[in-house]
Design a protein around this ligand. Structure first.
Ligand code: SF4
Length: 441
């Protein structure tokens, strides 16, 4: 067992499947902007002892959050959190009106503050200063004006109140295990969250049931009229009656990935996996395979833990390889498990999939998490299926998962800032994207 030496934020050292990887259960376009903002708002509300009277948020002009806080609904998230709502509350979309009705005096300002984490929120709440970070996939950190870290676990599914011990933190430690990957995931999360294995499985089953309910819910018919002035109408319906390459399985993969992205963009309820931007790839693959879904998500979740332990899910830090790339590696392990592969082979599948995603940039059009995000999720899903088939056939990954994750992190941090969700490069700065940005701002 590995024990935390008592860091202020155990999640950083020992990520949790439910805190850091599968979830949050949420609505909104972005886990690191919408859901994280709800959590930051809730934490600030707690500090204020209820709904505050005056709040003012500032973002550095060159940060990712400055470019995206409106389009990716960080403003809605902050206000909803300050009013006490959850990451999946439908009231998020009406947060401006609700804040006004509650008498909350609020403001958002983009200013020259200086370098820092690309998702840094500077907040003044009834005269008290705080600094908050969104560190990817909905995870947050909060600091007081002296730089002291404040607890954040009260807004997480798995509380950090006990200093956790975990049985392993690397792929190398489990590669030769005779247990299937999902059972190792149960073992890990059970230790990490002080829960019985049966509770972990039940918690994952709840997420699967939630996704099933979301799939069965009708989406608003027209995209462009939505709260966030979408770019794309719902796309999954376009597949009806079309002849596609690859037969029924191919259709299912494309349908489920697309449908989950449609749900996300329609402000429906979904689970970030590992992020909202990559909410199509892993759930799409798991639902297309249609077998033992909770076990598949657990296997994927454990690969996500290994990634989070050494790297990040924040596109603002490591580009889209941290979102769709990570989702693809996780989905590859889940798919290999469905094929009946042992843990070593599932980990090889994850490594093969990740190796193909190095260097993916984050350049969303008009700051919406729609284009090229849908296509990248579809690509990531097929990459996962190819990697699972390769690993199951005995293809060697050559570079093991631990080394691949370390190399992936180094590559991600070398991606230019303009291509890490700042809207300053790639597709974001094409004439068409700029015109869309003007139209939708
Ligand atoms: S390009 Fe990738 S990382 Fe960037 S917003 Fe889209 S899905 Fe997220």
């Amino acid at each position: 067992m590995r024990s935390s030496p008592g860091r202020s934020n155990p999640s950083k050292q020992f990520p949790s499947i439910f805190n850091d990887v599968i979830g949050p259960v949420m609505i909104g376009p972005s886990s690191s902007h919408t859901a994280a903002s709800v959590r930051i708002g809730r934490l600030l509300r707690e500090r204020a002892g209820g709904t505050p009277r005056h709040v003012h948020f500032r973002f550095d002009r060159h940060s990712s959050i400055a470019a995206t806080y409106r389009a990716q609904a960080a403003d809605l998230g902050l206000l909803a959190g300050l009013l006490g709502y959850e990451t999946h509350s439908p009231e998020i979309v009406d947060a401006h009106a609700l804040a006004g009705a509650a008498g909350l005096d609020y403001g958002f300002e983009v200013a020259d503050i200086g370098p820092g984490h690309p998702n840094t929120y500077y907040a003044e709440i009834d005269g008290v200063q705080y600094r908050a970070l969104s560190t990817g996939g909905g995870m947050v950190e909060l600091y007081d004006c002296s730089g002291q870290a404040l607890p954040t676990d009260q807004v997480l599914p798995v509380r950090d109140q006990t200093i956790p011990s975990v049985p392993f933190t690397t792929a190398a430690e489990i590669a030769d295990s005779e247990l299937p990957l999902w059972e190792l995931a149960l073992q890990y999360e059970s230790a990490r969250g002080s829960m019985a294995p049966g509770q972990v499985l039940a918690k994952m089953q709840e997420i699967v049931s939630l996704l099933e309910r979301s799939l069965a819910t009708n989406l608003p018919p027209d995209a462009a009229e939505g709260h966030l002035q979408r770019i794309l109408p719902n796309q999954a319906g376009l597949l009806e009656g079309k002849t596609l390459l690859g037969g029924e399985f191919s259709r299912k993969v494309l349908y489920y990935v697309t449908r989950f992205m449609d749900i996300k963009t329609s402000m429906g309820v979904f689970a970030a996996a590992p992020t909202a931007g990559s909410a199509g790839c892993l759930p799409g693959v798991v639902f297309a395979l249609a077998q033992r879904r909770a076990e598949a998500f657990l296997a994927a979740g454990l690969v996500g833990v290994l990634i989070a332990h050494k790297s990040t899910f924040a596109a603002e830090v490591c580009g889209c390889q941290a979102e769709c790339g990570a989702g693809s590696g996780m989905a590859a392990a889940a798919a290999a498990q469905v094929l009946g592969c042992d843990t070593k082979t599932c980990l090889a599948a994850a490594s093969l999939a990740l190796q193909n995603t190095f260097g993916m940039v984050c350049d969303p059009v008009a700051n919406r998490v729609e284009v090229p995000c849908l296509g990248k999720n579809v690509m990531a899903a097929w990459n996962a299926i190819a990697a699972a088939n390769m690993a199951a056939s005995g293809f060697r990954e050559v570079i093991g998962l631990d080394e691949t994750i370390a190399a992936m992190d180094a590559v991600g941090r070398a991606i230019p800032r303009e291509l890490r969700c700042t809207g300053e490069g790639g597709l974001s700065t094409t004439p068409t994207a700029l015109a869309l940005l003007r139209r939708t701002s």
